[in-house]
Design a protein around this ligand. Structure first.
Ligand code: ATR
Length: 276
């Protein structure tokens, strides 16, 4: 039996076992995908078990995404740039670390807003924390010519611009009005939107007509930002799509088949999370 894992601390909240378990059943595989609560001091020991062949690989979540980079044998270029590994693939005792969050982000937009990147002159990204890095790598990799990176603490946006290069134009959130006019894509990568929080002073009417608005927050599924986008007639893409799509490359690498992100799977995860 091929065994895969998801490790984190805590791990009980993870919906990855539901997603991969559904695909394993759908494809009739002799495989498993199990959660393990691994404390930071136990991480190296767990990775040794993986190297010894107990697992075909697995997912890595908070708080291990950075620490695991030093424990695997190879980390791919974009995962290095993002600074985090969320997927490990074992191959004959060698461990390969990658990051599928940026692929999940792009696949979710491609599925829900096809053509979003055609003729895209610029994008606005809100938030310059850890989650922002995967989004910036995705947008740069896709060739978006200019990215306005706006953050409550502008110094963090400036630091990312210094690291990621001239595509990134950093600034404070208050710059939204000045930067939004040509943007065909707005991405929230900050935690704003969770638990009833919202931005003040972000007026989506300033975006280019036909712009796409997406949020990586998915609790709630429709954040205040997405509600505003819908009300104003912009295409909106919720954060659950990224969670579902980021799981696809790992599943294929460990087990072989290319699984599908279907409305049924989405509904299952929504029901399990109690999302409305
Ligand atoms: P993550 O790794 O999930 O991105 P993080 O590194 O703590 O978490 O970053 C959270 C992001 O949400 C940051 O961009 C943060 O802005 P600051 O850099 O100014 O802290 C942003 N954020 C959190 N709460 C916010 C709020 N109330 N208003 C605006 N931005 C907020």
């Amino acid at each position: 039996m091929k065994k895969a894992f998801v490790i984190g601390h805590p791990i009980a909240h993870s919906k990855s076992p539901l997603i991969h378990g559904s695909w394993i059943a759908e494809h009739g595989l002799d495989a498993s995908y199990e959660p393990f609560d691994v404390a930071p001091e136990a991480l190296a020991g767990f990775i040794d078990r993986v190297r010894q062949g107990e697992f075909v690989g697995g997912n890595v979540t908070i708080p291990h995404k950075e620490a695991v980079m030093a424990l695997v044998d190879e980390v791919d270029r974009l995962a290095k740039k993002i600074g985090a590994v969320n997927t490990v693939v074992a191959d004959a005792g060698r461990l390969f670390g990658t990051n599928t969050d940026y692929l999940g982000f792009l696949a979710s937009l491609d599925a829900s807003a096809p053509g979003w990147d055609e003729g895209l002159d610029s994008a606005v990204v809100l938030g310059a924390g850890g989650a922002s890095r995967a989004i910036l790598v995705a947008l740069i990799d896709r060739g978006v010519p200019a990215i306005h990176l706006l953050n409550r603490t502008p110094a963090r946006a400036e630091a990312l611009a210094a690291e990621f290069g001239p595509t990134i134009h950093p600034g404070p959130l208050a710059d939204f009005a000045a930067r939004a006019g040509t943007a065909g894509l707005l991405v929230n990568t900050s935690s704003v939107g969770m638990e009833g929080t919202g931005f003040s002073g972000i007026d989506l009417k300033l975006l280019r007509p036909g712009a796409v608005v997406t949020d990586i927050v998915y609790t709630p599924l429709i954040t205040p930002l997405l509600a505003q986008a819908r009300a104003q007639g912009f295409a909106s893409v919720d954060g659950l799509g990224m969670l579902l799509h980021q799981a696809v490359p790992g599943f294929t690498a460990w087990f072989g088949p290319q699984p599908s992100v279907t409305p049924e799977l989405r509904a299952k995860v929504i029901a399990a999370m109690g999302l409305a």
